[in-house]
Design a protein around this ligand. Structure first.
Ligand code: PHE
Length: 340
């Protein structure tokens, strides 16, 4: 028996000599020390050992077990340490390598201008109303004093969807939607996309407008002028002035075209203002009494003004962008420059 034990001890020592993975070591351990491993099997032989020899052999067995546990334990610890070191080495990060920087996004100039406009007018008490981009003829034209055979329809080449449905050509449609539901005092701002069958360096089939509408008792053209002066100073800088020129829109009477003094040359005349000292920025006017009436607002009691501007146009002027297409192409090399 003792011989068999010694021989087993040798075999264990031999088996673990070159092991270098903790998995293999565990398998070997099970083979010898597991429930039905070789040590247990050999212990079964105790039955045949004469009674008086059993305590002695028992002690030898225990010593073998203790020894083997210790060997496995030590080796396991050493292997695991090595394995961990290897893993750390594999996962090591070279902090001196140049990194892949994440590019920060930037707001589109249209978004910047839209937000700036909203914040300027919100400061004067305006709230925002957004109407639908697909409108019907009534809101886009008829209710704006532009019936079917009106020549002013020619001012805006329209994309029709059906005979009655169209892509709105102007955010002015929102004026009607507001006045229909809300009674004066009204002070709203209506931003959004509009569509016209137009395409060149300064026109795009889709662009954005910002509409404004004020209706209350005693509103005059002076109120419009005062508000526009404030707007011009805030968006283009102190010292910028406005001037009104007569114009025509079916839904305003009188109608005006609004110019701002050139913020580039201060009015002396330069390339931006084409030598005139003035830059046209928006259309406006006093809300036509027919429009008020059509919305159930008494034009003898109330009056109002409205204005509409192209957001892209303001962005082009403000940031010195010479081609409107740049605002629609989504080229990140262009857009990246507008990081706030
Ligand atoms: N809707 C007009 C346009 O698109 C602009 C405008 C708005 C004019 C409000 C007067 C009043 O040209």
């Amino acid at each position: 028996m003792q011989e068999k034990i010694n021989e087993l001890k040798k075999r264990i020592a031999e088996a673990i000599k070159d092991v270098n993975s903790s998995d293999t070591l565990f398998q070997i351990k099970m083979k010898f020390l597991g429930k039905s491993g070789e040590v247990s099997e050999l212990m079964k032989g105790m039955r045949d050992v004469p009674k008086e020899k059993r305590p002695e052999i028992g002690m030898i067995f225990n010593a073998l077990k203790l020894w083997a546990e210790e060997q496995f334990g030590k080796l396991d610890k050493a292997i695991k340490e090595k394995e961990l070191k290897k893993q750390y080495a594999a996962e090591a990060i070279d902090v001196t390598l140049p990194g892949n920087t994440m590019r920060k996004g930037a707001y589109h100039p249209n978004t910047l201008v839209k937000r700036e406009l909203i914040s300027i007018f919100a400061g004067m008490g305006f709230t925002v109303f957004e109407g639908p981009e697909i409108e019907n003829d009534y809101y886009n034209f008829t209710a704006l004093n532009t019936p079917a055979d009106h020549p002013a329809r020619d001012m805006q080449d329209t994309f029709y969807i059906t005979g009655d449905l169209l892509l709105r050509t102007q955010t002015s449609a929102g004026q009607i939607r507001v006045m229909e539901k809300q009674k004066p005092p009204i002070k709203i701002l209506s931003p959004g996309k509009v569509y016209r069958s137009d395409d060149d360096a300064t026109h795009s089939p889709m662009f954005s407008q910002m509409e404004g509408l004020v209706v209350d008792k005693g509103i005059t053209l002076c109120d419009l002028k005062g508000m526009l002066d404030e707007f011009a100073r805030k968006i283009f800088g102190d010292g910028v002035k406005t001037r009104l020129r007569p114009s025509y829109f079916p839904f305003t009477e009188p109608s005006v075209e609004v110019d701002v003094s050139c913020f580039e040359c201060g009015g002396k005349g330069c390339r931006l203002c084409k030598g005139t000292g003035w830059i046209e920025v928006l259309g406006a006017g006093m809300v036509n009494r027919h429009v008020l009436e059509g919305c159930g607002i008494d034009p003898d009691e109330y009056s109002g003004f409205a204005f509409g501007m192209g957001i892209e146009r303001i962005a082009m002027l403000k940031y010195g962008i010479n081609n409107m297409k740049l605002l629609f192409e989504g080229d990140t090399r262009f857009l990246r420059q507008f990081k706030g």
